[in-house]
Write a protein that binds this ligand. Structure first.
Ligand SMILES: [Zn+2]
Ligand SMILES: [Zn+2]
Length: 204
């Protein structure tokens, strides 16, 4: 005999739950607009949705860092196919972050489990910053050079790292099988189409 509580539980599972789309401040619970800012706990690599007031009070505590707000589309970025291959990234998309703790630049690229990381060799990174001096302005740990070479004309951006982790999360959800499949490429293209519209053009 099936108990009535089990039936009501099964009914609950079968009923589609309305997606909760309202985001609230992690610290005070205030309802946030869609363009709200994030704080990051770098030790745990956790992002917190935050209101303007809590950005100020929490940033003083030192545990959380406010993410920079600029989002730049780099026009005329200099990166030859040869220089790209010197970085030994196995896919056509990656983001590079200058790591204060690791005294160098680290590349992250998508994989079925999320982001895979590899420390970059100094020489190609120095060549790249020599060709594109704007890379010297990257805020260590908090901003990334985001590279998309999926299509012939590559795209290059400077964005806060929460944007990159959002992309990695979308890729993880879309990933199928060993190579990721069409859904992954669609997710990447959608993300970059949106970024192209919301970022500020920045000639090199
Ligand atoms: Zn708040
Ligand atoms: Zn948020």
């Amino acid at each position: 005999m099936v108990s009535s509580t089990l039936i009501s539980k099964l009914r609950k599972i079968a009923t589609p739950v309305q997606e909760e789309e309202i985001e609230k401040c992690f610290f005070c619970g205030k309802v946030l607009s869609t363009d709200h800012r994030h704080l990051v706990d770098l030790a745990a690599m956790r992002f917190m949705c935050t209101c303007e007031m809590c950005i100020i009070t929490q940033a003083e505590s030192g545990t959380y860092k406010p993410l920079p707000q600029r989002s730049l589309r780099l026009e005329g970025f200099n990166m030859s196919d040869q220089l790209w291959s010197d970085f030994l990234i196995p896919v056509n998309m990656a983001f590079f972050v200058v790591s204060a703790k690791r005294n160098g630049t680290v590349a992250y690229y998508p994989a079925p489990t999320g982001a895979t990381e590899s420390k970059l060799k100094m020489e190609p990174w120095n060549n790249l910053t020599g060709l594109n001096p704007i890379l010297n302005t990257l805020t260590p740990d908090l901003e990334a050079l985001l590279i998309n070479r999926l299509d012939d004309a590559g795209e290059y951006y400077i964005v806060p790292i929460d944007s990159c982790y959002k992309l990695i999360g979308m890729i993880r959800i879309a990933w199928k099988g060993i190579f990721g499949g069409k859904e992954v490429n669609d997710a990447i293209r959608n993300f970059f189409n949106e970024l192209k519209e919301t970022s500020e053009p920045c000639p090199i």
